[in-house]
Design a protein around this ligand. Structure first.
Ligand code: AMP
Ligand code: MG
Length: 324
């Protein structure tokens, strides 16, 4: 059962506690209703993908009550400080490099080195973020493919029974998503138009490139496919392994195959949600540890394509795809 809570001191404290306990709660912002979960809790992030029924892991926006708190988790620069001063709290999301000590789950970044951060311009959302005292990942609170919800009723239409609670703060004011601005490279890049007008951003920081950022300074624009590939380990990846060769590292799912040079267990119990929460961590760990023990390849045990298994398979197929 999904609880519906009307805004009030009691409701806010309760929702903050639910979030800290790892539960999912939808809440209103000035853009649309967000499906919130503790961004530092990988299991909560996996549960968000599960509740939305997303066929892929795309990176989520982490929400903070103030710029100083967001900037403790991402590396900032002059432009970021300038636009944050002018447009936060508000419908603007900044993509910046994760700091090495960033506690936000890698799954929220979909394995990227960057993190999208925002301080929403809604008093209730801000108060909730303050009380939760942890960044909240919150994609739009709808099933994948459905339109973004701007009332608590819309949220329930799609997610009733799939989330712990909805905090009803009335209809959203802006009703469109946040503008997403990538400030990781030498030129600011508009990744998604939204609630903050491009003209207003350009008046402050100059012309924005449209589309995806260059993979490396000096390189052309990234293709959407490349951005979607996000993280591929340096070691080659072999899928659906039913045995392990002596020079392989193993990404295990369920009882591990014997004989690997090193191994990372996604889920001993064979649960796809647990596996999703550990996927990017596992690929990174195997990449580093595999190189250290001179493994030549990462063998991946089969993961069933049920629940989040489909999104896991999507990401593993990209990791295994030929590079060039
Ligand atoms: P939503 O969660 O539906 O509001 O969408 C979040 C938007 O931010 C999507 O367009 C994502 O692709 C984009 N986004 C989030 N994190 C990143 C990131 N680290 N790099 C690039 N785009 C991002
Ligand atoms: Mg959406």
């Amino acid at each position: 059962m999904t609880e519906v809570l009307n805004v009030g001191a009691h409701a806010l404290a309760r929702v903050a506690q639910l979030l800290r306990d790892g539960a999912l709660v939808a809440f209103g912002t000035e853009t649309v209703y967000g499906l919130g979960g503790d961004a530092t809790n990988a299991a909560s992030i996996a549960a968000i993908f599960q509740a939305k029924g997303r066929p892929r892991f795309n990176p989520l926006i982490a929400h903070y009550p103030a710029a100083e708190e967001a900037f403790r988790h991402v590396q900032t620069n002059d432009r970021a400080v300038l636009v944050a001063q002018r447009f936060w709290p508000g419908p603007l999301t900044l993509v910046l490099p994760r700091r090495p000590e960033c506690p936000v789950a890698l799954l929220a970044s979909a394995g990227l080195e960057t993190l999208a951060v925002r301080v929403p311009g809604h008093p209730v959302a801000l108060e909730l973020l303050r009380l939760a005292a942890t960044p909240i990942a919150a994609p739009s609170a709808n099933r994948s493919g459905a339109v973004s919800p701007t009332t608590a009723r819309h949220v329930l239409d799609g997610l009733s029974g799939r989330i712990a609670a909805v905090l009803d703060s009335g209809p959203c004011g802006v009703g469109v998503e946040s503008t997403v601005l990538d400030l990781t490279g030498p030129h600011p890049v508009l990744l998604r138009p939204g609630g903050v007008a491009v003209e207003d951003l350009e008046a402050l920081i100059g012309p924005l490139q449209r589309g995806l950022p260059p993979a490396e300074p000096g390189e052309g624009l990234r293709s959407p496919g490349l951005l979607a590939s996000h993280y591929a380990p340096a070691l080659p990846v072999r899928l659906n392994a039913v045995s392990v060769e002596a020079d392989e590292a193993l990404l295990a799912f369920g009882p591990a195959l014997p004989g690997a040079r090193c191994q990372f267990q996604l889920s001993a119990a064979g649960e796809t949600t647990e596996a999703a929460s550990r996927l990017f961590e596992g690929l990174r760990w195997l990449d580093a540890e595999g190189a250290r023990v001179r493994a030549r390849r990462i063998a991946v045990m089969p993961v069933p394509e049920t629940g989040l298994g489909l999104a896991i398979a999507d990401r593993l197929h990209r990791a295994a795809a030929p590079r060039g």
